[in-house]
Ligand binder design. Sequence first.
Ligand code: ATP
Ligand code: MG
Length: 304
Amino acid sequence: VIPKKILKSLRVPPGEAVQLADYATDWDFHPELVKLGKDQVREAAGQILAENQTALAEAQERLWASDSWSVLVVLQAMDAAGKDGIIKHVMAGINPQGCQVFSFKVPSAEEVDHNFLWRYMRALPERGRIGIFNRSYYEDVLVVRVHPEILEKQRLPARKFDRKFWEARYDDINRFERHLVRNGTMVLKFFLHISKDEQRRRFIDRLEDPEKHWKFSLGDLAERQHWDAYQEAYQDALNATSTKWAPWYVIPSDLKVTARALVSEVMVSRIERLKLGYPEVSGEVEQRLADALSALRAEAAKGR
Ligand code: ATP
Ligand code: MG
């Protein structure tokens, strides 16, 4: 189990103005971890991840059985930060019936003809399920903020895409998430934070290995040119939308295994806080079940 204070240090405190540069990207983001050293941290993280895979499978069963809450996991990150690996490793072990993953790409013509939250609303997890958004409505204050020309084609009534415009979007998002939480969808938001150097290493790795070429798109290189603008857009979004009901967690992601352990730890500990139990069966029903059991046993005895 990862100490609470470590998890807490990753949470963007609601109502405060943080600097993204103050959040670490590497494994040694906490003094207690520095003491351990990289190899030990790597090993411990692997163990924590394995334990949490089991814990999450159990938590998901209780979620399913109690049928009152759902969990929305929002994953945001720069390219090559490891969103896919998080989904693959953190969710390994979960019953596929109880979870769903949606990946959001450039919106279609039909999608931009609606309000910006429309396509995400349609993909929300129903009660009892864990839903993952691989990219999300946050793209609408991130990529779109870095490239306002995208908005110009969207035929919005707004004429100016100024501070007020973005603040209105943050406000829409906060109220939307508030609505979700009030109605039984827990919202967990993770920003997988990598350094620019680590992104370069991962791109080089993909380009050097022909089996990884499919993972590389030239567009990723173009977006890398806008690194600083993205960091600024992320920082503004995190500050404006880390709320008591839906806080952001900034996950140091230069080392993949610690990132996976941390995300799984937050998920397990937050779902456990819902204190979901298995539904209780009433005394009358218990009696009928006991009767059914005796009847079946009697039938088996006769057949012997
Ligand atoms: P991977 O590259 O690992 O397969 P990915 O999430 O990067 O995963 P891509 O198909 O490469 O998937 O990229 C999706 C693109 O869609 C991203 O560049 C993202 O910025 C863009 N996108 C997502 N949502 C929106 C949006 N609402 N408006 C404009 N662009 C968006
Ligand atoms: Mg991509």
